[in-house]
Each structure stands twice: as C-alpha cells, then as structure tokens.
Design a protein around this ligand. Structure first.
Ligand code: PRX
Length: 645
C-alpha cells in the first residue's frame, strides 16, 4: 500500500499540464488522479464502459474511504494536524486532530459492528452539523456499510420515506442541534418517523447527546457515548471493491418521489479529492478551509467530508445559521480561524448584500484567498459584492457547477489560470467533457458571438458519476441517459459566450432551487393534495430576490371538505404549515393562491409556464393552447388582490 503525498505534491501540476494530460489520455489522467489515493489493492483497469450507462471505475481495485480520510494521514505523520475546528452555535468550540478523529471513528466503527451492522447494510444519519456527524459517516464507510444522510431540516415524514426506501437498519441521530438560539429536536422527529412500527427495517437508534434536551429512550435507543465507551478502540480498515456502494443521497427529481442517488467508493473519492484540491488551489499545507454546506446535501458529502479529509486539510465546521446571534457570525469565524478558502451559496451572499456590508467590514478577512460559490447561478451583482466586500478585490472566485448526481464539481474556473467572469462557471475541469445541444441533440453552433441556449450534457463518463438510483435501474437510464442517447443529460440549460465560456441558465425541468436547495414541484404538489381540503395543486418556482426561487402554489379546494374552514388567508397559512410538516421547512410555499380552476391544455396538462408568469408578475404568455382561456384572467385578478406573506 502507498501513502504518497503532501498536499503540495498532489497539486504540483499546473492546470495547463492537467488539461494537456487529460486531453491526450483521458483515462490515464483519471488513473493518475486515483493513484493519489491509497489503495488496499491496486487497480489494473481504469474504466469498463462496455455496458453504458453502467460504468465501472477502477473495478479490480480495493479501497477504504475512511482509511483514505484518516489513517493514511496519521501514518504519514500528520496525526497532530487539526482536522476539524468546530464552532457550536452557542459558542462552544472543539478541535479534533486527525489522530483524534481516527480514534473516535475506530470506536464508532466497532460500535456499529457491535450493533450488528455489516458491509452493505444501510444506515440513516439524521444529525446536526457537529463533529460526531463526520465521525458517524466515516465509521459507516469504514466497515463498508452504506450511509444515507437525511438533512436535519427534513420532516419526520421525509425521513420515514427515505429510511423505508433504503431499508436502513440503523438511524444515527442526536437529541438535537442548536439553530437560531434554540435546540432543534431531532430524536423527537426520529421517534415520530418510527412510530407504530412504520419503519420495520430499523433495529436500533444511536443518539448523540448534543443539546441535553430530554428525549424518550426506549429499548432500541442507545446513547452514542455509551456505545463508544463500550467499543474496542482498535479497528483495522479493510479494502472494499472500488464499485462497493459508499452512500445513497436522496434528491428531488421531476416526479413526486425523491430519488436515492447511489455513489460508489473508488471513483467517487477520486472525483471528490481531485476537484477539491484543483478547484480550491489547495497548495498550502496551512490552508484553513470552510465550506458552509450542511452534510445533508451533496456539497457537505463531497466538500465537507470526503474531499477535504481525503486531502488532509484543516477545516472549520459551524453548527448554526449565519444570523445567530447576528449577521456578524460568519465573519467572526473567518477572522477567528483565519480561514483561507471559503465555499458558500449565492443565496447567502445575497442575504448579506441586503443586510449591508457593515457586518462584513468590521472584520479582518485578510486570510481569505479563494472564494467558492455553489448550488445555483450566481448573479453578477452578487459575484461583484462577494469579490469586493468579502474578498477585498484580492481573492479568486470559483463558481462551481455540479449536481448530487455528478458527485463532484464538473464546471468551474481554476484559480490563477484564467480571467474569471462574474456569473459564468466557464469551463469543464480537466478530465470532464461537457457539451450543449439543441432540442434534437445536435451540438449548438458556437461562433465568435457565442451560441444559442441549449441543454447541458456530459459527454464522457467520469469517476464520481452516480452509479444508479437506489432500487430503480430503469429510472436511472430513463432520467439521465435517454433524452440524448450516449450522453448524460443534466437537466440544466446553458449557453456558450463569445469566448467559449459556459453560462448556466437554470433547470429546464420541474426541479426548482430555493436558497440552493433542490425541490421538486411535483413533490410539493403531492404533499398539498394529501391535505383533505385540497382537490388539486400546481406549484411553480417564482423568481425571488434572495432565495433565487420561491415556492408559489395554486390550489383548488374541495368545497365538500371545507366545513367551517377559516378564510382563504387562514387556509393559506394552514397549508403552508402542512407542507413544512410533510417535507420540511425549506419547501414551505411563500404564497398559496386559492383558485377555482387551473390552466390546462386540451389534453389536461397543467400549463405551469402561465402560472409562473402570474407568480412573477409578468403578463401572461401565449394562452392559445388552453382548453379555456378565461381561466388565466380569473387567476390573474385574484393574485393582485391577495398574498399570504
Ligand atoms: O441547476 C443546477 C444547480 O443545482 C442543480 C443541482 O442541485 P443539487 O443536486 O442539489 O446540487 C447542488 C450542489 C452541487 C444543478 O442542476 N447548480 C448547482 N451549482 C450551480 C448551479 N447552477 C448554476 N451555477 C452553479 N454554480
């Protein structure tokens, strides 16, 4: 086995060298990236693409993701290097060195084995942003089990459906986490999800004590600290096949049911670590890195857990929200820990723009050198503000485009190698081949004036690509690989500018982005019609100054079910609360409009495009295909006389 590296040696090649290498021998390039990791058994085959779209990367190699994130750093003499600088929302802090993180992870791995968890078993993780969450993830991976992290802001119902889809045997949770000055209950939501034996696959619940909130502990519930105290301290990581499942992460698609995106070990870790060191220009062994994403999302998986830890960096983990107790918090943290690389979402930047630069200006942010953006298009005004106010006009900005499915960053500028442009993610990374095609799948014509808008595709397999949708191989082929045969269809619109740089134009399907969180309009509609008052619902993403899009729902009520239901405003409130309860607060509609009809084509399809026009206050577009064109007039009139905000 090899443990080659110092971060500086990992990134000693220039971007141009990487690009040249990838262009002349793409697979050789990826094999070199994979060789930066430590393999228990070296691979001899880089890619098997004989049965597309089912790829096999580094197939005959064996690897352990947890070993790569921990043991090899300790063996290389970096045991005393801080891995996690934790800041709790109430202000408590804790540092974990790589040795300490390894020690805890070994114990946690043994605790999982003691509970009967074995390779291939699924473990749900429903946690706040605390060090134990990373330890839990690494412990699950260490024994070859498969984690399914469910964002702590999702409701008990959402947790239940994810547990059941994956048939998880164990849930790891906490009594709560601190958010906005309060203890946000998590164990209580788990109890609710499991009540009346509604998750029969669950055998145990492991509970981390964080907030000291009183929780009901039943037979199947075990305190994390008790389990770790009893566990053996030593645990030797064994290698698993490169294509061994590493995790499932549920994300929203165009249908009502979230999809369990499956990532496997060797390729995923190669993609996450390569992109992390390349995009963030990880040269310095003294970099302090901070990605503000929650581990419940893919950004947290790839750029809080696997990428940074595989690369052995020191990173900040912050439990709370940016405004707790006030909007100074993030900037205090950057100043305190001397953060040099900062990665966040445009929504956060726009929020701070609105609050005003004074909250940033009062802090010494001179340690910063690279600023990243992710999750949605960053508008040029927000980019400029980020660059000037946060980055002191000194830092490079990397606008990174990617998805849960791609596993790691696909399109992004590489620092110090190109002139960045506010609002453009620019180029596919070395090793990644993307294209933009028209309706018929032909590449858009890219002239000196740029191109028309088209559909973004990824044209060659890449190591961190999703390996399927959990339990649904047909949906995997159908969703991503059938629209433009032979290419991965991302669901985003894009165009080239006159320099050949890529501009992302947002989703072209019924997926919406609210504060960078991915939601499905169909899922929110299904939640709404589950309420007995609602006969029919249509949901659109309307433009929003801060959150990019906001959920606006149009509902037809069931007169026979209303009884003495309150007035429409009250009904709107109840239904907004209902959606929070069914899915999670992030899906709560900004506005609910009660209407008597929805605009439909003659074949009965709801024309969301028209509803979006109404919700965004634009004149309604072409209504000629409507079965009844007067429907839109009545909706329009209504909107201008009511809001529930
Ligand atoms: O529409 C794109 C948008 O986010 C979608 C993927 O969402 P999710 O799977 O939740 O992953 C988010 C974090 C990677 C994409 O289809 N998106 C993500 N990053 C960008 C973006 N849109 C424009 N620019 C970006 N930098």
């Amino acid at each position: 086995m090899t443990w080659p590296y110092k971060i500086s040696s990992m990134t000693s090649k220039t971007n141009q060298e990487l690009r040249d290498e990838a262009n002349s021998d793409r697979l050789g390039f990826w094999a070199n990236q994979a060789h930066q990791l430590s393999w228990h058994k070296p691979f001899t085959k880089t890619l098997d693409w004989s049965n597309p779209p089912f790829a096999k990367w580094f197939e005959d190699g064996q690897i352990n993701a947890s070993y790569n994130c921990l043991d090899r750093h300790v063996l290389a003499g970096l045991g005393d290097k801080p891995a996690i600088l934790f800041e709790g929302e109430p202000g408590d802090t804790q540092t974990y060195t790589y040795s300490e993180l390894l020690e805890q992870t070994k114990k946690a791995a043994n605790a999982l084995l003691d509970l009967g968890i074995r390779s291939g078993d699924r473990v749900a993780i429903y946690m706040p942003m605390i060090p134990e969450t990373l330890i839990a993830i690494l412990a699950v991976a260490r024994i070859g089990a498969v984690h399914s992290v469910v964002f702590g802001g999702f409701s008990a119902d959402s947790l239940r459906s994810r547990i059941n889809d994956a048939q998880a045997k164990l849930v790891i949770t906490a009594d709560g986490g601190f958010r906005k000055g309060k203890a946000h209950p998590l164990k209580e939501a788990v109890d609710h999800a499991l009540q009346d034996n509604s998750c029969p696959s669950i055998e145990h619940v492991l509970v981390v004590q964080r907030t000291n909130t009183a929780v009901a502990m039943e037979d199947k519930d075990i305190w994390w600290h008790d389990a770790l105290a009893k566990a053996e301290p030593e645990h030797e990581a064994i290698g698993f096949d490169s294509e061994h499942p590493l995790f499932i992460l549920y994300t929203s698609g165009t249908t009502g049911k979230p999809k369990g995106i499956l990532h496997t070990t060797g390729g995923y870790l190669t993609g996450a670590s390569y992109t992390h060191r390349t995009v963030f220009d990880l040269k310095s062994d003294t970099d302090v890195y901070w990605c503000t994403a929650d581990v419940g999302w893919i950004t947290g998986h790839s750029y809080v857990v696997y990428g940074p830890l595989a690369n052995g960096v020191t990173q900040v983990i912050y439990e709370g929200t940016p405004d707790s107790p006030n909007f100074e918090r993030w900037w205090e943290i950057i100043e305190k820990f001397k953060v040099s690389i900062f990665y966040t979402a445009p929504t956060a930047i726009r929020t701070f723009m609105k609050v005003g630069r004074a909250v940033v200006d009062g802090h010494d942010l001179s340690s910063l050198r690279i600023l990243g953006s992710v999750g949605e298009p960053i508008n040029p005004e927000a980019w400029e503000w980020y660059h000037k106010v946060v980055g002191g006009s000194r830092c490079e900005i990397v606008d990174t485009w990617w998805q849960t499915e791609t596993g790691s960053i696909m399109i992004s500028p590489v620092p110090h190698t190109m002139q960045t442009k506010p609002g453009s993610a620019q180029r596919a990374l070395p090793g990644i081949t993307v294209g933009i095609v028209d309706e018929n799948g032909s590449p858009v014509i890219n002239s000196s004036e740029g191109s028309e808008a088209g559909y973004l595709t990824i044209d060659e397999p890449w190591p961190s690509m999703l390996k399927g949708i959990w339990g649904d191989p047909e949906r995997f082929v159908e969703t991503y690989w059938s629209r433009f045969p032979g290419k991965y269809f991302a669901g985003d619109g894009a165009r080239f500018d006159e320099d050949g740089d890529i501009w992302l134009l947002g989703r072209i399907d019924d997926v919406i982005k609210v504060s960078g969180h991915r939601l499905s309009t169909a899922e929110i509609e299904s939640a709404l019609v589950e309420h007995h008052w609602v006969a029919e619902a249509a949901v659109v993403g309307a433009q929003d100054e801060i959150t990019e899009q906001a959920v606006v729902a149009f509902v037809i009520l069931r007169q026979d079910e209303l009884g003495d239901a309150p007035d429409e405003e009250e009904i709107g409130k109840v239904l907004r609360g209902w959606v929070s309860e069914k899915i999670g607060a992030i899906a709560r509609p900004r506005q609910i409009m009660v209407v008597s009809e929805l605009p439909k084509t003659r074949s009965g399809k709801i024309m969301r495009r028209l509803l979006k026009d109404v919700a965004e206050g634009r004149p309604v577009g072409d209504t000629t295909t409507l079965a009844d064109s007067s429907v839109m007039n009545s909706i329009n009139d209504k909107l201008h006389s009511s809001t529930n905000d």
